[in-house]
Design a protein around this ligand. Sequence first.
Ligand code: UDP
Length: 236
Amino acid sequence: MDRTNQVYEGKAKKVFATTDPEIYVVEYKDDATAFNGLKKGTIAGKGVINNRVTNHLMRLIEDNGIPTHYVRQISDRETAVRKVKIIPIEVIVRNIAAGSLSKRLGLPEGTKLSSTVLEYCYKDDELGDPMINEYHIKAMGLASEEELRLIADYSFRINRILCGYLQDLKIELIDFKLEFGKTSDGTVILADEISPDTCRFWDTETGEKLDKDRFRRDLGHVEDAYQEILRRLMGA
Ligand code: UDP
């Protein structure tokens, strides 16, 4: 299986076709953006860390019975994944108020939500990924009712798997974003990445932010935070 032409370049990753029609290769970049591309920068070593962190968590999720696109890591920055058509919905899972939810609802960051909140956003950069609900998803034909039920069920289960695992590493999972895709036979599987770019991770004891908010909010020690997440996950 060899990498052939590039099929997509996003803000943090490139995707390549391969000689196997069912397999893509993802390459993680050090580029970082925030606020819908308004803030741009690089985080040295981020691509290598996000590749490893994502694969570690994808394997954990797969081992717990949820299908993912993960196939195998190829190099520091590259991973072979199952080819999917991405469902244009970002699923946000929230355990504790932060970011846009805090702003929208006036809940101070760090407020524990008494039950897990699921939100959906329509994946469209030009529109700034607007929040949508089940009715929009159905009306726009973004996913069928059955697919959406599965996506919601998987998202809650992934939340429980990740929260339990990270708790032992003294990492609090505040919120995160998931994307799902469909394989050529229509199976819905978890795709994209799960990393400090797409999750809020707070140190359980100190509350220190160990994620992309350090970049978004110019908190400093961005690289150190990403490195610390990798270190805890790898048990080093
Ligand atoms: N998130 C993401 N990509 C997006 C939007 C959000 O990965 O395009 C993640 C973000 O890192 C956080 C969670 O989803 O872990 C919730 O983000 P929020 O809606 O609070 O938006 P933000 O405050 O990041 O603008």
